[in-house]
Design a protein around this ligand. Structure first.
Ligand code: DQA
Length: 155
């Protein structure tokens, strides 16, 4: 029998997830807005969903604006997409906004809480308009919906 051509496995889509400032304190932050899950448990749910969707993930939490910008720049070639919860930076960081705009890689913004039903300063997202989608108000499910966006919609 002649040699069969090797079937190419479709490459796993790679998603880089960035948790912004103070999200390392999940579990002890205001449960009314953020729920009771620790960041570790949130990450476990993210990894489980990613496996179901056949996505490869890297997850990082940082309290530093510059580190978020460095990650967006340095990982833009590795990643097929970013999921970012910029936390409080959402509301005022033009530097993160510009970084998202500058890279070609699609970025989805997520929030655990419903930022549109909280204090006025939280209703403004300066990063939203340069992101391809925004999921909010569903606690950990906001992240899972963002994964589905990359896993299902963006095949
Ligand atoms: C948050 C909402 C922000 O306003 C806040 O500063 C956070 C978390 C959220 O996930 O709901 O730290 O991004």
């Amino acid at each position: 029998m002649s040699k069969q051509p090797e079937l190419k496995r479709s490459a796993k889509k790679k998603i880089f997830i960035i948790h912004g400032p103070n999200l390392n304190l999940l579990g002890s932050r205001d449960s009314q807005h953020y729920g009771t899950l620790t960041l570790d448990k949130v990450n476990r749910a993210i990894r489980k969903k990613a496996r179901e969707l056949n996505l490869e993930t890297r997850i990082i939490q940082t309290n530093h604006e510059g580190r978020i910008i460095d990650l967006l720049q340095r990982r833009r070639k590795w990643a097929d997409g970013f999921i970012i919860n910029p936390a409080a930076f959402t509301h005022y960081s033009y530097a993160i906004r510009d970084a998202i705009e500058a890279i070609q890689t699609p970025v989805v913004e997520v929030h655990l809480s419903n930022i549109y039903e909280r204090e006025d300063f939280r209703k403004i997202s300066v990063t939203k308009e340069v992101c391809v989608a925004q999921f909010y108000g569903k606690r950990v499910d906001s992240y899972l919906e963002a994964l589905e966006y990359f896993g299902l919609v963006q095949q």
